[in-house]
Write a protein that binds this ligand. Structure first.
Ligand SMILES: Cc1cc2nc3c(=O)[nH]c(=O)nc-3n(C[C@H](O)[C@H](O)[C@H](O)COP(=O)(O)OP(=O)(O)OC[C@H]3O[C@@H](n4cnc5c(N)ncnc54)[C@H](O)[C@@H]3O)c2cc1C
Length: 321
């Protein structure tokens, strides 16, 4: 049986992961993209495994479990940019830990009262994948090329200009889907993060509650090899990509309250990214067009689960023809 040719639009974590999964199954794959991975939202993410600002919850958990297990496997490869770290998740409401159902039980434990912060009432210590985004995106890109994948640099203005007659088209354009498909259920969730100089003495701690009257201020500390990431903000419908100094100051103060070890580390950089928010993530086939976008603050977390579902949808088309 001759396999159909596949074109994927988008070269962030979603497009690359789908590309690798399909190449490994013998499909010929081309990515068409406006921007390369280092210029995408994916490059701005912190990132750790955590389904966050992503719906529906049951589906997000199912997809996240698949990625969790895949990241455990990738952590054994030194060049992947993935490692497994202990992350302290602080909560004010037990129900906010809905994501713990997605993790094998032996990798989660409840925090002792002595481990909680002043503002938290409960929490978990989780063995979670740390995804060093610059290294990991490079690893994905290299793997994609090694498997024979091609990349064409082009911004698609009109999706109907691409033929789906003999080919399968997969849409992995993140927030770009809003303009490409006139998808009004998509919205930007702006996030500012601060990069401090690297330190191996800093633990990973995340407060899963918000600060401030509008609930737009977060506090999380993610130690990577190249820097320590401090987050952040979560501002729905805001699209400006310029960092704001007063916001940086607030992030550093909140994170210092959580993790004393960051005191004295200098600021290397401050960046702003737009999470691809959507009422529910879209993982759906319409004829020969498959959509995979709207992953909010959890695009890395669901990436391998989504890619396997896309593969299932691709096979539906291959087996039909
Ligand atoms: C501050 C911040 C922190 C985050 N932290 C985490 C975290 O810890 N864990 C986690 O799992 N997630 C995190 N995320 C979310 C994560 O970054 C996103 O969900 C994920 O990057 C989405 O990936 P994507 O590949 O779908 O989209 P993108 O990375 O946005 O890639 C979209 C691609 O499509 C291309 N494209 C768009 N429109 C067109 C067009 N018309 N024609 C051609 N190409 C087009 C773009 O050029 C790009 O290559 C964070 C996000 C932010 C902003």
């Amino acid at each position: 049986m001759k396999l159909p040719k596949i074109s994927i639009i988008g070269c962030g974590v979603s497009g690359l992961t789908v590309g690798i999964v399909l190449l490994k199954q013998g499909y010929a794959v081309e990515i068409i993209t406006e921007k390369l991975p280092e210029q995408t939202t994916s490059a701005i993410a912190a990132a750790i495994w955590l389904p966050y600002e992503i719906k529906p919850i049951e589906l997000a958990n199912k997809l996240s479990t698949i990625s969790y297990l895949k990241f455990q496997e990738l952590a054994k490869q030194p060049d992947s940019g993935i490692s497994i770290i202990a992350a302290k998740m602080l909560l004010q409401h037990e129900a906010d830990a809905w994501w713990k159902e997605a993790i094998p039980k032996e990798f989660v434990r409840k925090l002792l009262p002595s481990e909680l912060s002043a503002a938290s009432t409960c929490g978990y210590m989780v063995q979670t994948p740390l995804i060093e985004t610059p290294l990991y995106l490079n690893y994905l890109l290299k793997t994609f090329h090694t498997l024979g994948g091609q990349i064409l640099m082009e911004k698609i203005q009109d999706i109907s200009s691409l033929s789906t007659e003999k080919e399968i088209l997969i849409n992995c354009t993140g927030l770009g889907s809003r303009a490409l498909l006139n998808d009004e259920s998509m919205y930007a969730i702006q996030g500012q993060i601060v990069q401090l100089q690297a330190s191996d003495k800093v633990p990973c701690v995340l407060a899963e509650y918000t600060y401030g009257a509008k609930g737009e201020e977060l506090a999380y500390v993610v130690p990577r090899k190249d820097c320590v990431i401090l987050g952040g903000t979560l501002v729905k419908y805001a699209e400006d990509l310029s960092p704001i100094d007063s916001v940086t100051k607030g992030i550093v103060e909140r994170c210092q309250e959580l993790v004393k070890e960051i005191k004295g580390l200098s600021v290397k950089n401050v960046v702003v990214g737009l999470r691809p928010g959507r009422q529910t993530l879209r993982l759906e086939r319409i004829g020969n067009l498959i959509h995979n976008y709207g992953h909010g603050g959890g695009g890395f977390t669901v990436s391998w689960g989504c890619a396997l579902e896309v593969l299932r949808l691709v096979k539906e088309v291959s087996e039909r023809d």
